[in-house]
Ligand binder design. Structure first.
Ligand SMILES: [Zn+2]
Length: 589
């Protein structure tokens, strides 16, 4: 029989600390301080409160907590001096069965790590699914984290400690994140399909209408049907569209979904999470024999990332009625046109069929999308969920500054017309200006001196500009300031420049009413409501052109890294995401 929140809420402070003994290794002060925040209405709230105590603690206390942990496969394990919890975890991860080579490698890593950071390496060895990482995964992670900056690595240790505590609390409470594990397992199974050239290397790449892409669509459709959707079809552009009928066929539908294509060597959750989470909700509803008062339409968008063809957001553009007919003539790297790829996949590849996919906005309440954050903000704040306020508007430029290429030895410093030095000034201006303004980001990602030489002053310097902001006004303000600065820098230095705008997208602020529903959903789980803008574009941005939209972000592990195989989530976070979606569904009359 597991522990209950009622028990914890009713206990006096000493009992409370005793009941939570072993959650945080040799650190009862965490439970003692969290006790002040009672009553807890959910386990997620208790976990967040304890993580919050550690966040607020002094640096010495944080380091003390880290040092209270044993080394992985260290002396304490060998001499059997571990706590019961640590023994269980290290043996579950198979660390008690290391080969002599693995054991030697771990000792070597332990020594190097300790020398570099001065504390033991902490890893939640039961992993994101709770089953246990393999020894190879542990050793690989150990070696990778050895390269981290000490401040970042300290924070990463604390995050792993919270994950260890989470799993220990689940054990104490007898709780299993069944729905989150389902989402996690689906994502794992879907990741089996990958394009040739990548699959062999264990990399995930699913680009528009390849064999792997079509296999993903077929798999999603089958899971939808197995899970109790009334209909699941693959439409004219390859979107997988599932429908779970509500009790009132005349009520406005709710539209949700995200994309199932990936970037090259991408992660398993980018896009896919937003299909799998509502699928888990439908499966639950069906298992309970329940109907919502409205139809729920779940779309797995065929294409968002723009990898095989230049067109991006192809799937959601079709629903918004903004599929550009010119896209059909675009060619991939092998010269296969999009129309040919569509025909080969059994689609009509004709505009009337694609135009028919446009949704009638009046039939919908709006669009909601769940997506992995793809950034470090939630992870750094120990928050599993975040409510999106706006998808950033952006503007991109390619530019070139022209000066005078001349001899690096003979040209005095005062008489140079150095294009690279001017570009360097611009880079720093962008960084400082964007940092000084609210909710904008600015990046110079490309810098190039054509035909540059070590002993020649740069005569030309090419650069890119990527400016983003939560509102169009903020984007335009940053844009104006940067262009003015470029003008001034070049004038002062006697240089010329040209600047070509290559892209401009308007911001997509969340619909206030839909955003409020997400906020209520997060609050109902006992979690703090945290609002953040989306720095990346998402399918919701396209649907925004047609109907109100609002997004929910899920924390990504590894500091939120995405478009990378290190992209990760936990089953517990996925469970919270499903629960938030269930709350959202219940919030509609
Ligand atoms: Zn995405």
């Amino acid at each position: 029989m597991g522990m209950t929140l009622e028990q914890l809420n009713a206990a006096d402070r000493d009992e409370f600390v005793a009941l939570l003994d072993g959650t945080y290794e040799h650190s009862p002060w965490i439970a003692a301080r969290a006790a002040e925040q009672r009553p807890f209405k959910t386990l997620a709230q208790l976990k967040a409160a304890m993580a919050g105590v550690v966040r607020e603690a002094s640096l010495d206390e944080q380091l003390g907590l880290i040092r209270a942990h044993p080394e992985l496969a260290g002396k304490a394990m060998v001499t059997k001096r571990l706590t019961a919890e640590s023994t269980n975890e290290q043996s579950k991860a198979g660390l008690t069965d290391c080969s002599p080579e693995e054991f030697a490698r771990l000792q070597q890593l332990n020594a190097a790590y300790n020398a570099r950071f001065g504390w033991p390496f902490i890893l939640a060895v039961r992993g994101p699914r709770g089953l246990g990482l393999t020894r190879a995964q542990i050793i690989e992670t150990f070696a990778r984290r050895l390269e981290n900056h000490p401040d970042f690595e300290r924070a990463e240790c604390l995050r792993n400690i919270h994950r260890i505590a989470e799993i220990r609390l689940n054990d104490k409470f007898g709780v299993t994140p069944v729905l989150g594990q389902q989402v996690w397992d689906w994502a794992e199974s879907l990741a089996v399909h990958s394009d040739p050239g990548f699959k062999e290397q264990g990399q995930l790449t699913v680009t528009y209408l390849t064999e792997a892409h079509q296999a993903c669509a077929a798999q999603l459709r089958q899971w939808m049907l197995d899970g109790g959707f009334d209909e699941a079809n693959i439409d004219a552009v390859g979107n997988v569209v599932g429908l779970y009928r509500g009790s009132d066929p005349k009520a406005q539908r709710l539209l949700t979904g995200s994309h199932y294509d990936t970037v090259r060597n991408g992660g398993k959750y980018d896009g896919r999470l937003g299909i799998l989470v509502p699928m888990a909700c439908v499966r639950e509803l069906r298992a309970q024999g329940r109907r919502l008062p409205f139809d729920l339409e779940v779309v797995g968008f065929a294409e968002e990332e723009g990898q095989r063809y230049k067109a991006t957001f192809l799937g959601s553009s079709a629903l918004a009625g903004h599929f550009d007919p010119a896209w059909l003539a675009q060619q991939d790297a092998d010269g296969i046109t999009m129309a040919e790829a569509m025909s080969a996949a059994g689609h009509a590849a004709a505009m009337p069929a694609i135009e028919a996919l446009k949704r009638d906005a009046s039939a919908y309440r709006g669009f909601v999308e769940v997506h992995i954050e793809q950034g470090p903000v939630l992870d750094a704040r120990d928050l599993p969920l975040g409510v999106v306020t706006s998808i950033n508007g952006s503007v991109r430029y390619l530019g070139e500054i022209t000066g005078q290429a001349s001899h690096a030895g003979t040209t005095p410093m005062g008489s140079r017309r150095d294009a690279a030095a001017a570009a360097a000034e611009l880079v720093l201006f962008v960084e400082q200006q964007a940092a000084a303004m609210q909710d904008v980001v600015g990046t110079v990602g490309i810098l190039n001196v054509p035909a540059g030489s070590i002993n020649v002053i740069a005569g030309r310097c090419q650069f890119s500009l990527d400016l983003r902001a939560t509102t169009d006004a903020a984007r335009d303000a940053l844009d104006g300031a940067v262009r003015e600065a470029l003008q001034a820098i070049c004038q002062r230095r006697g240089l010329h420049f040209k600047l070509d705008r290559t892209m401009s997208a308007t911001a997509a602020p969340s619909d206030p009413a839909l955003q409020a529903r997400w906020e209520q959903a997060v609050q109902a789980l006992g979690l703090p409501v945290f609002r953040l803008p989306s720095g990346a574009g998402h399918d919701a941005m396209k649907l925004h052109e047609l109907m109100p939209q609002a997004m929910l972000f899920l924390r990504g592990g590894n500091a939120g890294i995405s478009h990378n195989p290190l992209e990760t989530i936990t089953a517990d976070d996925a469970e919270l995401c499903v629960q938030a979606f269930q709350q959202l569904l219940e919030s509609f009359e």
